[in-house]
Design a protein around this ligand. Structure first.
Ligand code: 5GP
Length: 212
């Protein structure tokens, strides 16, 4: 079921950011929400992470070397950037500026980047954190990923612990329980549609003022 397009005159376009620890299923949820809400657009990210062999990469992710990435940082071309699991990731500023004029946006980025955006554009940004039912469940989900080597798995587990601590700064924390992705997708899509259409007010609470 597609959710109706919001009435754009009801307010400025918003940035909805989905974050959550590795393995929680945020990419699945974000992609499904984009399909369900065709009026939502995504953004473009740059990363120094190398492309994964044998896995179809998202077209919204541009792989560059560190020098190129740092050059973009120095020229102020990122809306936010962060080190995630040992690699650099950044949201392309010009793409956001252009698309946000006419479209609500959905971003799937890590909490460090999400909190930077909330600080820069507090009235435009809605932070949604996806969590699993327990740390053990998360470990099980991450371990089921075949394409990750043990060192990367370990890094991601450590990162997940750090990310969970940042959930308290989010506007909404939503449980993505094992085997219940459809319910999570419906819940997140409905929440975004209500805020985008103005039938639900923007969350009042702002993220913490300091960088994580
Ligand atoms: P992956 O390399 O598996 O695609 O993504 C790893 C992590 O980086 C995920 O938590 C994802 O949400 C995050 N990520 C992807 N793009 C960006 C970005 O542009 N900025 C930030 N800060 N994190 C990102």
């Amino acid at each position: 079921m597609k959710l109706t397009a919001p009435v754009s005159s009801r307010g400025p376009c918003r940035m909805f950011i989905i974050s959550g620890p590795s393995g929680v299923g945020k990419t699945t949820v974000a992609k499904a929400v984009l399909r369900r809400c065709p009026w939502l657009m995504t953004t473009v990210s740059y990363t120094t992470r190398t492309e994964r062999v044998g896995k179809k990469e998202d077209k919204t992710m541009i792989h560059v070397d560190e020098e190129t990435f740092r050059g973009k940082v120095n020229r102020g071309e990122f809306l936010e950037w962060a080190v995630v699991h040992g690699n650099l990731y950044g949201t392309d500023g010009p793409t956001v500026r252009e698309r946000l004029q006419r479209h609500h946006l959905l971003l799937n980025i890590d909490p460090q980047g999400a909190l930077q955006i909330k600080q820069r554009l507090p009235d435009r940004t809605v932070l949604i954190f996806l969590k699993a039912e327990s740390a053990d469940e998360l470990v099980a989900r991450i371990s089921r990923r075949q394409h990750m080597d043990p060192a990367e798995l370990k890094r991601r587990l450590e990162g997940a612990r750090r990310e969970l601590k940042l959930a308290r700064h989010y506007d909404y924390v939503i449980l993505n329980a094992n085997g219940k992705a459809a319910q999570t997708i419906a819940k997140v899509a409905a929440l975004i549609a209500r805020i985008a259409s103005g039938t639900r007010p923007m969350p009042a609470r702002l993220a913490a003022p300091s960088r994580p």
